[in-house]
Ligand binder design. Structure first.
Ligand SMILES: Nc1ncnc2c1ncn2[C@@H]1O[C@H](COP(=O)(O)OP(=O)(O)OP(=O)(O)O)[C@@H](O)[C@H]1O
Length: 472
């Protein structure tokens, strides 16, 4: 039915309305053969120039081999080809890193471009509604570039004029399924250009054991796990406040214990103190010796401890005023990290209204004034609604573990985070697959990143207590 017919036959295709009153007959215009040749010749030339411009190496190889064949005969061309292949193999075996960077990922990118993205581009754009039809003409977003690394394909796209980033973020599922990936992320590169990341593998699929305790005392970003691209996950705690939200069993405890583990040498050296508020009595009590008396579980004691932190903060602010604008941890003025597990117990579920208000006020004061004087807050909670945690916006860095509802993702990570690919409500509830997996949105980078915290077991916590005790 859709076969192209020569003009003479097309002219005879006649269709009518059901009552045969109106007859449709296609108009056939005869194009001179010369015009057709010129058009096809021009298109061929343009494609040749475009291909040479875009893929100079890929074009140079067959052209060089062709010249050698022509001048010296086919055995010389075959030997050159064999020598080149063997050299590449030797390079790949002896220096796989540089081979992958300079050749391997480029070849893979070309292969993925041809076999996946260019092949399915039109159909995926059409079906997902990203291509537009105006007066019978189809406008297609342009596929500009594909690059690869060990983790993902990164596809650069030019949007259609008039399209918004939201048009694309609304279709991340269509794009991922269309190109055979499990998920995808979308980021704006510059006006009109998007970078779409399609992960090929998942380095976070298996749980990670606890990381070694660092050798050097540091309060700088502490390594607590791995990022989706396989790079180490370093969490900044000094000079910020961190909010961690996740349903029960999502693995919030891992983030708390990994952070304490990373700070342990600094704690032992006296340059960092962790103050623990553990209203559930289940999480931080296990290593309470580490907190050197700054541990509270009873709500009234928690409020007292928070007031003490506020007083430390205010005294420092008075001393620092006019002398320094940022804090460097010392034994005299250590970095104080106030960790609050299940903060909602204190700010929302606490029946004593006065205590509730005192706790909320102290937390808000710390969160607004603490970071420049070396007092940080790391709070964990299950329910991120505003009624439960009305100061969640005071935390510059946010982590969303598995959440029960899709609306909760933006409540934790901020507006638009889920559209940008932070599918925290899709994280698996199976502990081996999903516990400790989270999306992070940092103050310094609005794009959410997928991460997994290492699992700190009870044995690891006991070892941490022993390590800390050695110095005392
Ligand atoms: N990083 C991790 N990797 C693999 N498994 C983990 C990780 N963190 C936790 N788990 C598993 O998930 C279980 C629940 O973890 P955890 O108690 O930390 O969750 P939670 O979010 O603190 O839950 P709750 O709010 O109920 O206390 C743990 O017993 C452990 O088996």
């Amino acid at each position: 039915m859709f076969k192209r017919l020569p003009g003479d036959e097309a002219r005879n295709l006649v269709s009518t309305t059901p009552d045969t009153a109106v007859v449709f007959r296609p108009a056939v215009l005869k194009t001179p053969a010369l015009v057709t040749f010129i058009v096809y010749g021009w298109r061929f030339l343009a494609a040749l120039v475009r291909t040479t411009w875009r893929h100079p190496v890929a074009v140079a190889i067959p052209v060089t081999l062709g010249i050698i064949w022509n001048v010296y005969g086919w055995p010389a061309a075959a030997s050159t080809l064999g020598f080149a292949v063997l050299s590449l193999l030797a390079w790949a075996c002896t220096a796989p890193g540089s081979f992958a960077r300079l050749v391997g990922w480029r070849l893979l990118a070309w292969w993925r471009l041809m076999s996946v993205y260019r092949r399915h581009w039109q159909s995926v754009m059409d079906v997902s509604g990203l291509a537009k039809r105006v007066h019978g003409h189809v406008y297609m977003p342009r596929l500009l570039r594909v690059t690869c690394d060990g983790w993902a394909d990164r596809v650069t796209v030019r949007m259609l004029g008039g399209q918004a980033v939201k048009d694309w973020t609304d279709r991340i599922d269509n794009l991922a399924q269309g190109f055979g990936a499990a998920s995808c992320r979308i980021a704006l590169l510059k006006g009109g250009r998007l970078l779409i990341t399609f992960p090929r593998t998942d380095p976070l699929a298996a749980p990670m054991p606890a990381l070694p305790i660092p050798d050097e005392p540091t309060v700088g970003p502490v390594e607590i796990g791995r990022q989706e691209d396989g790079k180490p996950l370093r969490l900044k705690v000094h000079g910020t406040h961190v909010l961690i939200a996740g349903a029960t069993g999502a693995g919030k405890g891992s983030f708390l214990w990994d952070t304490i583990r990373g700070l342990l040498p600094a704690m032992r050296a006296g340059r960092c103190e962790v103050w623990a508020l553990d209203p559930k009595l289940m999480e931080l009590s296990f290593g309470r010796e580490l907190f050197q008396g700054r541990y509270a579980a009873d709500p009234a004691e928690c409020a007292d401890l928070l007031d003490e932190a506020v007083s430390v903060m205010q005294k420092r602010a008075t001393r620092f005023a006019g002398l320094q604008r940022s804090h460097s941890p010392t034994v005299e003025d250590p970095f104080v990290l106030v960790i609050v597990d299940e903060v909602a117990f204190l700010t929302a579920y606490q029946p004593d209204r006065q205590l509730r208000q005192r706790t909320s006020a102290a937390l808000a004061t710390l969160a607004t004034q603490g970071r420049s004087v070396g007092v940080g807050v790391m709070a964990a909670l299950q329910d991120p609604r505003k009624e439960v945690m009305n100061i969640r916006n005071l935390f510059p860095d946010k982590i969303a573990l598995r959440l029960d509802e899709s609306e909760q993702v933006d409540m934790v990570l901020g507006d638009g985070a889920r559209d940008r690919g932070a599918l925290a409500d899709h994280i698996s509830p199976v502990p081996e697959l999903g516990a400790g997996v989270a999306y992070m949105r940092l103050e310094t980078s609005p794009e959410p990143i997928r991460v997994r915290a290492a699992y700190v077991s009870d044995t690891d916590i006991r070892a941490m207590v022993a390590y800390h005790g050695q110095a005392a």
